[in-house]
Design a binder for this molecule. Structure first.
Ligand code: ADP
Ligand code: MG
Length: 636
């Protein structure tokens, strides 16, 4: 909280904002007129909020619920005012909303902007969405006069800034509740004083705004001049109109309004449900994720209306979190207007709407995948990771989601992912397992020793590099009867049989004593055993079926969450009996079990296995010393 001003005061914007303002004003943004859309949208939001608050506090409005957004051009003063009778702002709210970093992620955004090439910047700024600050594209000074709902005439505040890094605040008076945004237009922006221009812009960008956007026009009847209020927008909620009458352009403009995205949507879904359940939904799949999608708190993308009245912004109950990238509105006629947040939580009406929406979105994605695979691939690159959350969170839709996955595999070129169904189609019918390997990058895992056996047998292995893939594979467990098995883990199913076979082989080939000896010298491993997994490499580390993989361990460490995870389980060191080094080790041991070189070689085998699984060595200097020592003997 800041102390309330009693006299004019000058304050500075937070640094990041200063830079942002500068970029917005000087960006090569051609469509200056969007400032009006942003201000009208803010005014409409403010009215929606006042109306919503008044549902529970009827006194708040003091009798004024004649909602209106006024555009007041003043030729003489060179100003355009956007005035509303919405919720208004007290001083704290003004400072918070207009004087500090309004959006999370601003700092990251600026950092990226700085690094981006100049030609990409305007588009990035467009995607960022500038809101109130768009005012400075047309005004060299902006005055905001606001009085909060519930306050008196003297509770108003005047905020003013030239967008150069400072603003002033002073106590003020305003006769009624609401906000005036007064733009002192630049010389090259005087076109925004003309009535026809305002009408044109409102029609184009804000036609579906529910509240009237009005301006005064001069009319002359029988030689007498008088002014008359003209409503510039048709105020028809686009989602209530007949689909056939809606132009593609109108759908797109509404998308921009509702999503704050400046690009066109990838898909528009306009649903009309009638009969047992009545609702309309106009929802969109975005083309790209917002620049701050992964930094900010996950937020729902749909707004809930009841018979055209906005009840809840970003309503969590309308779609599951794994579809949070879907943007749009839902309007229900089956809910009461004064429904509270608590009531929404376990509401059967909402639950039915949600099911219908999920089904529709999944169907749209399925169609996109079949009919426009290129577009689907782009979509999946943007939102695939979010969609995958559904695999673990939503058992009811797990199978449908599995069909929507795109995966890279050893038999596909990098960058050309395939579906699980396609992989299945290439597998021999009798195969029981569908192997996968998870790691940081494809380059890191595609030559991994864990793939040697599979490659030798001609088996296709999924190469997964998305942090969430570990959970996806575990939640799926199998795909159409094929068990999904991690190539760097002992399979839980085949565990015992495989262990038994390895033991028999060790005995038959005279390895048993050596393996026991090595295990004693290598306390960091759980066991040392023979393997059929490798064809070229000498050794690798293998986690138990149920244990955390090396990749998962690294991920937890990176996320700083190693403390929450169970302590890393020891892995088994598996040796390839057809490798010369392993055979040599056996001979050395047979000749002299106390030969000190055995320990050195065993240490090297272990350390290179750690490197091959993509992890870091605990003692890299020790490894280098042992390797150099070895080189010194070999290279003579
Ligand atoms: P956004 O609308 O995306 O939140 P803006 O930059 O457009 O971002 O506005 C910042 C904030 O300023 C709004 O969230 C709102 O709290 C406040 N605000 C802006 N205009 C008004 C207004 N006319 N009445 C009340 N509050 C407003
Ligand atoms: Mg806004």
């Amino acid at each position: 909280m800041t102390a309330t001003v009693s006299a004019p005061e000058r304050r500075e914007f937070k640094t990041e904002l200063k830079q942002l303002l500068d970029l917005i004003v000087h960006s090569l943004y051609t469509k200056k007129e969007i400032f009006l859309r942003e201000l009208i949208s803010n005014a409409a939001d403010a009215i929606d909020r006042a109306r919503y608050e008044a549902l529970t506090k009827p006194d708040l409005l003091g009798g004024d619920s004649d909602w209106k957004i006024r555009l007041i051009p003043d030729e003489k003063a060179g100003t355009l005012t956007v005035s509303d009778n919405g919720i208004g702002m007290a001083q704290d709210a003004i400072v918070e909303n207009l004087g500090t970093i309004a959006r999370s992620g601003t700092r990251e955004f600026l950092e990226r902007l700085r690094q981006a090439e100049a030609k990409d910047r305007p588009e990035m700024i467009g995607r960022f969405g500038v809101g109130f600050y768009a005012s400075f594209m047309v005004a060299d000074r902006v005055t905001v006069l606001s009085r909060p709902a519930g306050g008196g005439p003297a509770d108003a505040v005047r905020w003013e800034s030239d967008g150069q890094g400072e603003y002033t605040l002073e106590p003020a008076e305003r006769a009624t509740r609401g906000t005036d945004v007064i733009l002192h237009l630049r010389d090259d922006a005087k076109e925004f004083l003309a009535g026809w221009r305002l009408r044109e812009i409102v029609k184009h960008y804000s036609d579906f705004i529910e509240h009237p956007v009005v301006t005064e026009v001069e009319k002359e009847t029988e030689g007498k001049k008088r002014t008359e209020e003209e409503t510039l927008n048709s105020r028809q909620a686009i989602w209530l109109r007949a689909k056939a009458e809606i132009k593609e352009e109108e759908y797109q403009e509404f998308y921009r309004q509702v999503s704050k995205d400046h690009e066109d949507p990838l898909k528009t879904i306009h649903m009309v449900a009638e009969g047992t359940m009545e609702f309309r939904a106009l929802v969109y799949l975005p083309t790209r994720k917002p620049f701050d999608f992964y930094w900010r708190e996950p937020k729902a993308g749909l707004h809930l209306y009841v018979r055209r009245v906005l009840i809840m912004h970003e309503c969590d109950e309308l779609l599951p979190g794994w579809l949070r990238f879907v943007k749009g509105v839902v309007d229900s006629s089956d809910l009461p207007l004064n429904v509270s947040r608590e009531l929404l939580q376990h509401n059967p009406v909402l639950a039915r709407i949600r099911t219908a929406l999920v089904t529709k979105v999944l169907k749209t994605l399925e169609e996109l995948k079949t009919s426009e695979p290129e577009s689907y691939l782009k979509f999946f690159r943007e939102f695939g990771s979010v969609l995958k959350e559904g695999v673990s969170q939503d058992p009811a839709n797990r199978e449908r989601l599995a069909e929507l996955l795109l995966v890279e595999t050893t038999k596909q070129e990098a960058g050309k992912p395939t579906t699980l169904a396609e992989v299945l189609g290439r597998m021999p019918a009798e195969a029981k397992e569908l192997p996968y390997l998870i790691g940081e990058t494809r380059a890191q895992i595609e030559h991994s020793p864990y793939l040697e056996g599979h490659r030798a047998r001609g088996e296709e292995v999924l190469l997964l590099t998305d942090p969430i893939d570990e959970f996806v594979m575990e939640s799926l467990g199998e795909y159409k009867g094929k068990t999904l098995t991690a190539a760097d883990r002992a399979t839980s199913a085949g565990d015992e049989a495989a262990a038994e076979a390895a033991k028999k082989q060790a005995e038959a080939e005279g390895y048993t004593a050596l393996l026991g000896h090595l295990a004693a010298k290598l306390p960091e491993v759980k066991e040392v055993r023979l393997t059929g997994r490798l064809t070229e490499s000498a050794a690798c580390l293998v986690a138990d079926g149920g244990a955390m993989s090396a990749y998962m361990e690294r991920l937890m460490q990176r996320l700083g969450r190693a403390g929450e995870a169970p302590p890393p389980a020891k892995r088994a060191l598996e040796l390839n009996p057809s490798h010369a080094a392993v055979q040599g080790l056996k001979r050395m041991y047979a000749a002299n079990p106390e030969d000190p070189r055995i320990e050195v070689v065993a240490g090297l085998l272990h350390d290179q296995a750690v490197l091959a699984e993509g992890s870091k060595l605990k003692d890299p200097a020790g490894f280098a010393r042992r390797l150099n020592d070895l080189l010194g003997r070999v290279v003579t």
